[in-house]
Structures are given as C-alpha cells and as structure tokens.
Design a protein around this ligand. Structure first.
Ligand code: RAM
Length: 901
C-alpha cells in the first residue's frame, strides 16, 4: 500500500453523516486526492456495518471494477427505521494500488415507513380570552429514572415551530419544517437530544407560528391557505444504557397555552413579543392549572410525512451594522451595509413595558429617507416589549425580513450601533463556487449575485424576500439554477422543491406559476389581466420542470433526479403538445414572455419578443431535454419519440420564424438569443444571426435591454459565435442600462428591474420593484464559464469531464474560479503579464479536462519551461484554427503562452 491516492471526503446523499433520512437506497460519493498527475480510480469497495468497528458487516460490495466515484446507490438489505449505519470505502487506482479505508462515516435513518408513526397530530384547545393572533405552545413533562444512551426526537408541525427541551432550543434550525406543498408532503426533522435529557423531571414542547401554513401568502392578503389550526406531531425515542427504551409521543395528555410572549408573527409582517409574558414552559414543574388541553387530530393524515430532504434554514452569517444615522425626515436608521434576509438581534435594557419598534426596508428614497412603498404592504415590523430585567436580548422567531435599512421607531434610551446585529438566514448549503478577477466592479456584481442567492434560498427558491410575495416563482429559479449550482451545493434544496413541483403539477400536466402553488385566477388578473383560465401555465415558467432536473444532472451527475422527475417532465411536454390546434408550436394561453425586458411597450411587464416565439422556443428546448433525459435513464422508446417531436417543433419554428434569408421574423435581441442558444435555426444561418446581434449591440451602445428570458444566455451566445469582445462590452458597461449600472448605484444585491432606480433618480413603480431578485444575476454563470472558462464538457455530467477555455478580454488582467465539484476542487486561473499569459488549472482525481488556449502554435506554449508534450497527464494535443486543445488527466498544470494578439 504505497499509493498516495486517498479518499478525503465521503458523502451519503450529498451529506456528511446525515441524521434522519428515509431514502431507500442512499447514494455514496467520495472525493479522491493524489499528488501525482493522471490519477484514476479503477475499482472501489464499500462496506456498511451496524457498528463503527465493522464487527457486523451488513453490506459489502467486494471489489467492484468501476471508475465511478459518485452517486453509487446502496444495495444492501432494506434498512430499518431509526438505525445508524456506518460505512467506509476503499479504492484502487489505475495501477491497482490500494488506498486506505476512508474515515468511518455514517447515516442514520428516520422512519422508513410512515405507518411507524405512533404519535398523534395534536392541536391546542382554543382559549377565547387569549390574544387572537398569539402563537400557541404545546408541551408535556416526563420522568427518566435511568441513564440515557441515545435519544432522538422526530418532529414537525403545521405552521412553523421552535422545539424546546429542558430550557433549551433543540437544534440550530429555524422556520422548520419549511414550506412544501403541505396538503401532500410535510417534512419532519430529526434531532439528537441525548445530551439534553436529564435523570428526573424533563419538559419538552414547541411553540408554533403561522408561517406558510396559515399565515398570509401572496399580495391579496389571504390567510389559512392550508388550514386554520396549528398542529404538532412529535416522537421522542429514548434508549437507556441498559438496553431498554421508552417513547414520549405527542398525544391527548399534552397541554397547551396561548398565553406566551409571541403575540403575533407573520412571515411578511414581522413579530410582536411581550417579554413580560414569558413563562418557563420548557422546564418541568410549572403550574398545570393555567394550561388548556390539546385535541388529537385523528383525521390528519400521516402518509404525508417525509424525513427532511435538504438542509434546514440556519443563521448562516452575522453582520454588524455599518452606520446609525438620522434621515432628513428625522428617522433613526440603522444601515446594515448589505441587503440581506433574516433578522435583527438586539440587546436592550429599560423599564418594564418600554418598547423597541423596528421596521425594515431595502432602500432609502432619492432624498435619503426611509422607503417602504415597494414592500407592497409587507409590514416587516418588530415590536418588543421589555420585561425590564437587566439586559434583554431578542431575535424574532416566526418571520423573516428582506432589508438593508432598519428604522428604529422606538427604543428605550439612545440606541447604540453595538446593540444590533444582522442574522442572515438561509438554507444551510455549502458554498462551492468562488470567482474573482482584476475588475473590482465585476467582483462586486458577483458578490451581489451571491447575496441574492442567500436572500432567496430560504427553504424554497423565491423571487424576492421582502414584499408580500416571496414565492417559488418557477421561471426565476430555472433561469438562475445553473448559476446557483456553481455558487453553492444545491442538489438537495432543489430536489426537495422539484418534488413539490411534481406534487403541484396540474392534472393536465401544466406547471403552476409558483411552487408551492398558492395562485388562482384572481392573482393572474393582477399580473396579466383577465385570462379566463383557472390554470395559469406559462412558457419559461413551466419549463422549470425540465430545466431544473437537467441542471442538477449536469452539475452533480445526478441521474436519479431525472428518473424521479421523469414523469413530471414528460407530462409538461405533453401538456404543451395538447395546447392549441398545432401540436408543434405553442401559441395559446396567457404568456409572460420575456418578462421585464426594457423593450417592453409602455406600461407592460412583457417584453417586445412575441410570446408565441418564446413559448415555441422553450417547447423545443424542453422536448430536447426530455429526449436526452430519456436516453440517459434508458427509456429508448421515449428517447426516439421525443426526438422526433423535437425535430418537428424545430422545423415548425423554422417555418414560422426563420425567413429565407436566414433572418428572424421576430425582431428582438431575445429572439436571436433564444434561436441560437436553443439551436433552433439552420446551421448555415447561425453565424449571420450572431453577427446581427453583435452589430445591434454595437449600434445601441451595448445597452442591455433583454428580459428574464434573453438575459441569461446573451453572453454565452455571443461567445459561442466569436463575439466575446461584444460580450465583454455588455458585461462591463457601467452606464444605464447594464448589469454594472446598479453596482455603480450602490446595489448590494441584484435588482428585479434594470431600471429599478432610474438614472434620473426616480424609482420604478412600487407595485413591483424588488432590489433583491436573482434572475438577472444569472450572468454569474458566464463569469465562471466565460471569464474563467470553466464549463461541463460533453458527456461530462458532474464535471467528470470539463473544459477550461477562458475568454481573455475586456481589459481584465487576471481571473480565478475555485469550484468544489462532486469529484473535488477545480481551480482555474489566468493572468496577463507583459507579453504573455499564464494559465493554471487544477483537475480533480478521476476526471479529465480539455484546456483550450488562445494560441495557434504549439511553439508559443511552455509548460515548466518546455514545450508541452504527451505523457505525464497530457493525453492529446491538437491545434485547430487559432486555438490549441490539450486533453489532460488529474493534477496541476501551468501553461505559459506568448500572446497572439
Ligand atoms: C413577479 C415575480 C417574479 C416573476 C413574476 C411573473 O411578481 O416577482 O419575479 O416571475 O412576477
């Protein structure tokens, strides 16, 4: 065993040591490292065991001759519920050198079958004298006489809950159980509470807020969308040192009270908390008399319970305010320096009954005063009443705010900046992508994109986090998914949401505008006028059904997501097939088109691009994804049938929209972008169209005028047809309209509108003007792919094979991307120095890369001082046009190129 190939990380279902999963065949992935170049895995072995010493092996693959190192499904006996399984992995490299066993890791199951739930759903008995909007508590006490070896709690609620045990909060998650299509799926969480229990008396209970379940949703101020009563279900399983066990279950013996301190809590509107009403309900020995009973909800189904499927929401970052100042109107304002989503935590002392009142907003108006009009009625207001004992620290429970500025309306004494901090809440995803370059404005744009992702990945992918919307708008996420997947590890987050998408899909196969779906035609009326349809389905929105699973497959090599979502993908394409009289185009229904494009007619959100053009282009694209997915999952009949359908749609598209001279009949930039990016026009016309787009941009001062639909692809299209210089002009333009315009205006997140704040200082219509919307942030995909040049190669799903083809230009002197993929870290870097350019690439073990350098002669390249030659990781070298292609295996490569231009 003299190999230096090592397993440095192992994952089960994308996680290290997940607690409480119910996946039947969890998948293993591992990351390999080796200092030597060109290192590949030849074989692997996985062992699982009931103990961490492997005394009792449960499943042993033996040595499997395979180079696969990600997404290997468990193949042992069906797993039992509530058991920990240990595993370890070893590998052999291409020289048959054997690695050490990986560090022992584990996963633990929750309930593998919902029928094992013995607890009841319970709801508090109503207390008519309690404040109407108060958050109820449900609790119980129990005795332990023996020493506890292991204890787990399985818990969820209708509403959002905070679970407490013996005086402490259980776990570090907030706003659990998050938002799913509650009528069909509710996720429960698992916590290890072994250390929180004590011999003698114990108390456990939860306080429940309205949350998404029964709180206000949508701008029409509707409540109780899923039901009118909070409910809780909980099982605490205790195993004693002596091997015996005990269960504490939510049930009729629990008690409830509405008399706690949280008097009001709503996602949009904030929280009211009266600390004088605090009661120690989470410790044992309280008066039972003042408490009401609970009602078991016999009819509430348990078959909708699923173990938590992704990372929960946590406090991911803490920000210190940048300034405390007074506005011209005399308002006292805290500036967080960053538009963020989450809470303010403050420290305060004062008399009993004195108050802290805070309101949150995204921007100041042009006069520098606090501006709330764009919140569309979301109050974002925190009211805290002091109990008046020493220093009191408060952070909200069942609400979240999108804000940069906080107006301090009331505060005992003079507020000091040190008394406040910003708690940034989002789903606990690992950051995987880093980009930076020599252009500071571009770096700021990139940071803003990241912040918009943080601000809008709060359990579901939302359009915005501040106004009374915050919904799972389907187009927004399909547009942003690839960027999101490079920035952070999102497969679990998005898989969970895609399950909701499938759950919410209409009988007809149509996909609702938002997932979870809360809309009906009255909402449609507000956005689109009377549509006369009960189901709202739009191109580019519904296509989230195909594009999101495909994005996960590409970025994480996840075939299971294609298998799981396949029916949903197919139903969606079939739905379009059945719209209107012509099955090969989509020219019916109410379409949202190239949303918020600047070429929109006055007063419209829908850009100038013909909506049937957009719909047909997307129809073709989704059908192509579908047949490719069918191929990958081995459904060859569908692959054939849908490929034929795709070809028919494409020729119908050409009949309708491509003129004999190769120009398009729809004359917008977005039309060209879609036609090229989705490869819908005949080969011979493509270059001409790309040239037309580039010339158009040049003529119009590189104004960025495309909307949600055209913008994500515009730079990719330009670069694919030799117009990288134009892409850079567009990207780096600072005056209005452009991406950097908002950066020069002090943006710290990405705006919904390119003209959210116009050059003349006026603001876009407050009805719809968010300053934290990630759709336009999809340009960051081009920072990774274009500027630093990292993209997934053909048949390279999961970055098993990738390209490094940077676009040197835009006056940028250096750029760097570090990307943690399923195979490990890719690092790509280039730098201009005097008359040459340095390139560096780190290729993970078990992957290959194609390096494409912008020189035409091998003579002008050096690797460690020599002309590159085959061997030592380099598999092929070829010259084509003005570029050199070098195919390499794993390792670190440094090339030096004499610049050609
Ligand atoms: C707005 C949303 C979203 C968009 C829809 C059509 O209300 O914020 O971004 O997808 O409309």
């Amino acid at each position: 065993m003299n190999s230096t190939m090592r397993i440095v990380n192992t994952y089960v279902e994308y996680r290290e040591n997940p607690l409480g999963i119910d996946v039947e065949k969890p998948r293993f992935s591992w990351i390999l490292e080796d200092e030597r170049r060109d290192s590949f895995q030849e074989a692997y072995q996985i062992q699982t065991a009931a103990d961490d010493e492997y005394g009792h092996i449960l499943w042993d693959t033996g040595r499997i001759h395979s180079s696969d190192s990600i997404q290997i499904p468990y193949g042992g006996e069906p797993m039992k519920s509530r058991k920990r399984y240990y595993y370890r992995i070893k590998v052999w490299n291409h020289k048959w050198e054997e690695s050490e066993w990986s560090k022992t890791a584990w996963w633990e199951t929750a309930f593998m079958d919902y029928r094992e739930w013995n607890a009841d759903w319970i709801t508090p008995e109503y207390d008519f004298q309690a404040p109407k909007s108060a958050c109820p508590v449900m609790r119980t006490e129990f005795q332990l006489t023996k020493k506890v070896k292991k204890a787990r709690v399985y818990v969820t609620a209708k509403g959002v809950y905070e679970l407490r045990l013996n005086g402490n909060k259980v776990g570090e998650d907030f706003l659990t159980p998050g938002w799913t299509s509650y009528n069909k799926r509710i996720l429960y969480q698992t916590y290890d509470v072994t250390k929180m229990l004590q011999t003698g008396n114990n108390a456990i209970g939860a306080v429940i807020g309205s949350g998404w379940y029964k709180g206000e949703l949508g701008w029409r101020s509707r409540r109780n969308l899923y039901g009118g009563r909070e409910a809780l279900i909980l099982e605490l399983h205790i195993i004693y040192e002596d091997g015996t066990s005990q269960e504490i279950l939510s049930g009729p013996d629990w008690t409830s009270s509405y008399r706690g301190p949280i008097l009001y809590a709503e996602n949009y509107h904030g929280e009211t908390y009266d600390a004088r009403l605090e009661m120690p309900w989470d410790i044992s020995g309280i008066e039972r008399e003042a408490w009401f009973g609970v009602r078991p909800m016999g009819r509430m189904p348990k078959d909708i319970l699923r173990a938590q499927e992704c990372e929960c929401v946590k406090i991911r970052e803490i920000l210190r305010p940048k300034a405390l100042f007074r506005t011209p109107n005399g308002e006292t304002i805290l500036d967080m320096g960053q538009n963020m989503t989450g809470w303010i935590r403050f420290r305060v002392s004062g008399k009993p009954g004195s108050r802290v009142v805070l309101t949150h907003a995204e921007i100041l108006d042009t006069d520098g005063n606090f501006y709330v009009d764009n919140l569309k009625g979301a109050k974002q207001r925190i009211e805290y009443v002091l109990k008046g004992k020493g220093t009191e620290v408060f952070q909200p429970h069942f609400t979240f705010q999108g804000f940069r500025y906080v107006m301090i309306e009331e505060f005992p004494g003079e507020p000091q900046i040190e008394q406040f901090e910003g708690l940034v809440l989002y789903s606990d995803m690992e950051r995987t992508g880093f980009f930076s370059c020599s252009d500071t404005l571009l770096n700021k744009l990139y940071e803003n994109v990241l912040w918009s992702q943080k601000g809008n990945f709060l359990d579901i992918p939302t359009d915005c986090p501040q106004r009374c919307e915050r919904l799972g708008w389907t187009a927004d996420i399909q547009i942003f998914a690839a960027t999101a997947a490079m920035n952070m590890k999102i497969p679990l987050f998005l898989t969970k949401w895609l399950r909701d998408l499938a759950a919410e899909q209409f009988e007809s196969g149509g996909v609702p505008w938002v997932v979870p779906d809360i809309y009906d035609d009255t909402y449609a009326y507000d956005l689109a006028g009377y549509t006369g349809q009960s189901e709202q389905v739009a191109a580019a929105w519904g296509d989230a059904a195909t594009i999101c699973p495909w994005t996960l497959y590409q970025h994480y090599g996840d075939i299971r997501i294609l298998q799981e979502q396949y029916d949903s993908m197919k139903k969606y394409v079939d739905y379009i097939y059945h719209q209107g009289d012509n099955p090969f185009c989509w020219d019916t229904g109410h379409q949202l088109g190239d949303w918020v494009a600047l070429d929109a007619p006055y007063g419209s959100f829908v850009g100038a691009t013909d909506t049937a053009f957009v719909a047909t282009a997307y129809y073709a694209y989704s059908t192509r994804i579908l047949y490719q997915a069918a191929e990958i999952i081995g459904n060859l009949k569908d692959a054939r049938d849908y490929r034929q359908l795709y070809e028919k749609i494409r020729s119908e598209f050409q009949n309708k929209y491509v003129r004999k001279d190769g120009s398009l009949s729809v004359k917008t930039q977005t039309a060209i972008v879609l036609a090229l990016h989705f490869q819908l026009v005949q080969n011979e016309f493509r270059q001409g169209l790309a040239d037309e787009l580039a010339a158009w941009l040049e003529r119009t001062n590189y104004d960025l005028i495309t909307g949600f639909v055209g913008t994500p692809y515009i730079c990719h299209v330009l670069t694919a047809y030799g117009h990288a210089a134009t892409a850079y002009r567009l990207l780096l333009k600072q005056d209005y309209p452009s991406w950097l315009y908002q950066v020069t205006k002090g943006a710290t997140t990405v705006w919904e509108h390119l003209d959210g704040l116009k050059p003349d200082g006026t603001l876009w219509n407050p009805r719809m003007n968010s300053f934290n919307h990630y759709a336009y942030g999809s340009v960051a995909e081009w920072l990774y792919k274009g500027v630093t040049g990292i993209s997934i190669g053909e048949h390279g799903a999961g970055y098993r094979h990738f390209q490094f083809a940077p676009e040197i230009g835009g006056g940028i002197n250096w750029a760097e991307t570090v990307l943690t993929t399923m195979y490990g870290e890719i690092r790509a870097f280039w730098r201009r120095c005097e008359d040459k350019i340095d390139f560096h690439l780190k290729v993970p073990v078990n992957t290959t890369a194609e390096i494409i350098l912008p020189v035409s002669q091998l003579e002008s390249i050096r690797e460690s001082g020599k002309r590159p030659e085959l061997g030592n990781g380099i598999h092929h070298i070829k010259t084509e046009g003005a570029q050199i292609y070098i195919h390499v295996g794993s390792g670190n490569y440094n090339f030096e190129c004499m610049e050609t231009k």
